[in-house]
Structures are given as C-alpha cells and as structure tokens.
Design a protein around this ligand. Structure first.
Ligand SMILES: *Cc1c(COP(=O)(O)O)cnc(C)c1O
Length: 425
C-alpha cells in the first residue's frame, strides 16, 4: 500500500458517471516513475532491459506505456505473444518463457523473432522440430539449492521449473553444436520477495554459473535474466524494497564474479508485480451492510474481479474514499456476491463507518489482479482505466457485457436464436 491514494473521491465520482463500478484504475505517472527507477538502478549495466511479465497486466494500454519507457515483454502463450506484438513490442524485445510448450507456441514465438527461453533439456528437440534452431536461445536454471555466501536461501527441489545444473551444461553444449550463436541464462527462484538480498543472491547464483559455463564449455553467456519475483508491500507494516540499493548490490556481485574474470553480460529482468502492482486500484461500491454473527460490508466487485484474496488469502489494503482519515470504528468482512464463502476481500478488517454508496478502493491490485479474473456465477469482468497526470482517465479495456460472456455459445444455434433476452429490455 502507498502512503496516499493518488486520486480523490471527487475524481472517482466523476469517473463513475461514465464507468460504473467495479473498475480498475492504473496510475500512469507512478508506473512511469517506477520503470525509470528500475532503469536508473541498473544504468551501470550496458544493455539492461526490463521484459515486463505480460501475465501481470495483459492490457495494450499498459504495454504501450511500458514500451515507450524502453521495456520489452515476457510472454508464455500465443495470445500473450499477439498482445505484445500488437502493442508494438516485437523481435528480441519479447522473451518467450514457457514450460510444457506446444509446437504451435514455438512456431509463433520464432516467427516473431522472440527469444525462446527453454525450461527443459528435452525442449531442444521439440523446438528444433517445431521451428528449427534460432540464433539466440536462453536456458532456465533450477539450482536445486539456492544459497549465497551467508548460507542457504531456500531450495527448489519441488518446483517444476528449470534444468538441473548438469542438464543446463549439456543443453548449452548441444545448442552450440546445433548452431546457436547467442546464449542467455534465466532463473526465477522466488515470488513476491521483499528480501533486499534476493536479486543480489540470485545474481551470485547466476554469475557463478556464467563463469562455470565459460570455463568448462568456453561459451560466453551474453545475457542473464533475473526474471520477476520482487515483491511489494501489501500490508501496512511491510516496507517497499530499495531498487537503487539492489542495483548497487548486484553491481558488487557482478564486479566480483564477472568483471574480475574479464566477462560481461547484459542483465534482464521480467518484473510484473513490482512495475504495476502498487499502481493499480479496484474501485467498488458498498451495496450491502449485514449484521448476523458478525458484520459484513457487501460490494459490487467479487473474486471474479480480483481473485488473490480468495485464492491465496492475500491481503489487500482497503480505503474508503472521502473517509481516509476517519477512525476505524467498524470491524467487518468485505465481501463480494459469489455463491462462495471465500469471496471476501478482507476478513475482520478495521474500517471507518461505511454507508451504502461509499466507494471502496482495494489497493495494490495492478498486477495479477484483473488478469486473473474469471466469470464464475456469470459475473462479468470489469473495465480498466488509465489515469493521467491531470486525473482524466482513458478506458483501456471496457467491461464485459453479457454478449461477451455468451460469445463462445455461437456454436449452439438454438441458444443463439433465443438470444434476444427480455431481461434487459
Ligand atoms: C510470473 C513470472 C514473472 C513475473 O513475476 P512477478 O512476481 O510478477 O514479478 C516473470 N517471469 C516469469 C517466467 C514468470 O513466470
């Protein structure tokens, strides 16, 4: 959560005249500032690039903004590749990091000139059959144990991603033999990490591997991809990480392991959450107040609009517009309308007294928020708005309509013929 909301009740009421709640708002200026901060922190590294993880916020209005700031895109499916391409991100500005990859996906990625990031040694053969051997290939490491000089950080024995170090070596040797000219190394060993040492430790792991590959195989890795995994402070007591310091600490490890051995690599990241997470908000209106064994505030959004609390019991701060400074006099569950008891945005949350019609802001919803939406109970997915510096908004995705929801039923002629519903007339 951020110290202050970047908009007011008046702004929200104005937006609501055109776009009924629930809707998402993204704060353009803050996303811009965040990306610039990341590029600043790594400006010492020639060729540094952030490949935004498209799955976090797959909306062209966001991707075009990120492209204008120098970002590429990290994709894992054909529709994500299409979205990147149509947002103007093409060629090697696309990283294709998939696992359990389809022939058609290799072909699509290769056609776009995307960098293919192989998750497993058996993918070499599959890729070759599907699209031949590209000039540039990246491989994903699973080091088993993840440690730094201070000891073990965690282990990856039960994660499905990446290759074991010995398989990785074999993969690079094989790829070279097949004609690959440029190599990358990738690993994602954490998610939502607020540990300042995560990237520096990951850098140590990966740069050490780069050195090993250089010494054993004589292959010089050209780029090292830290992927995503940097967290954001969802809870009031959590502190944001210091990106500038992370950049400096990674540089120390870089100089110690790579520069000292006459090696250099471009550093890539694939952050999603860190880039847009804190700068997206779900706005929803209070439509019910219920007192049974405890207090409930009902809202017009549901887990279909933001699944994280229901799925992971994730904490999202909630503020009531116009009542930001009032005492928390109420303890309530904030709930959506699904026929599922886990459809709760907050449980036993301290809130100011709420009146029907109040607008609640569910914070830190800018990544893995709208994108994880679904249509259970026939609930429709919400619109996404981009807020500009002057607090005007552009609609970058309209809300779903029943016609969108019924779109795939065009195979059923009887249904299609009866689709003139009386309900909305
Ligand atoms: C999900 C994912 C990311 C982005 O993760 P965040 O936690 O949003 O930073 C980056 N790279 C890969 C390969 C991923 O699967």
């Amino acid at each position: 959560m951020r110290e202050h909301l970047p908009f007011t009740l008046e702004d929200a009421l104005r937006w609501k005249e055109t776009y009924p709640t629930p809707f998402y708002v993204y704060d353009e200026e803050s996303i811009r500032a965040c990306v610039n901060e990341v590029y600043d922190a790594f400006s010492w590294n020639e060729g540094f690039k952030e490949y935004f993880a498209v799955k976090a916020t797959p909306t062209p209005g966001i991707l075009r903004l990120l492209k204008s700031l120098g970002c590429g895109a990290d994709c894992a499916s054909i529709p994500e590749l299409m979205m990147a391409e149509r947002s103007g991100i093409t060629g090697s500005d696309i990283m294709f990091s998939s696992n359990e990859t389809l022939i058609s996906e290799y072909q699509a990625a290769n056609k776009l000139g995307a960098i293919i990031n192989l998750d497993d040694i058996t993918q070499i053969e599959q890729m070759e059959k599907a699209c031949g051997i590209p000039d540039t290939v990246c491989c994903r490491l699973n080091p088993g144990q993840f440690s730094d000089t201070n000891g073990i950080m965690g282990h990856q024995y039960d994660t499905k991603f990446g290759m074991k170090p010995d398989q990785l070596m074999e993969a690079y040797a094989d790829l070279r033999e097949k004609g690959v000219k440029h190599f990358g190394l990738h690993a994602m060993l954490s998610s939502c990490s607020l540990n300042q040492r995560y990237y520096p430790n990951l850098a140590r792991e990966l740069f050490t591997m780069v050195l090993r590959i250089h010494k054993i195989l004589g292959i010089d890795i050209e780029f090292v991809d830290f992927s995503g995994g940097i967290g954001i402070p969802y809870r009031p007591e959590e502190k944001p990480i210091d990106m500038k310091k992370i950049g400096k600490d990674v540089r120390k490890v870089y100089d110690e392991i790579l520069t000292a051995n006459g090696l250099k690599v471009r550093i890539y990241t694939e952050m999603g959450r860190y880039i847009t997470g804190p700068y997206g908000y779900l706005l929803t209106t209070a439509i019910g107040k219920k007192h049974i064994y405890k207090e409930y505030i009902g809202v017009d959004a549901s887990a279909c609009n933001l699944m994280r609390p229901a799925m992971y019991e994730a904490y999202h701060n909630i503020r009531v517009l116009g009542k930001e400074d009032l005492e928390e006099e109420l303890t309530a569950d904030v709930v959506g309308s699904l026929c599922e008891n886990n459809d709760k945005f907050a449980i036993n949350r301290g809130l100011p007294e709420i009146d029907l019609g109040d607008i609640l802001v569910i914070e830190d919803a800018g990544a893995h928020g709208h994108s994880m939406g679904y249509n259970y109970n026939g609930k429709l997915r919400s619109a996404e708005l981009l807020m500009h510096r002057d607090h005007s908004v552009t609609c970058i995705r309209r809300a779903q309509t029943p016609a969108d929801y019924f779109g795939t039923l065009d195979v059923d002629p009887e249904f299609a013929a009866a689709s003139e519903s009386c309900i909305l007339k």
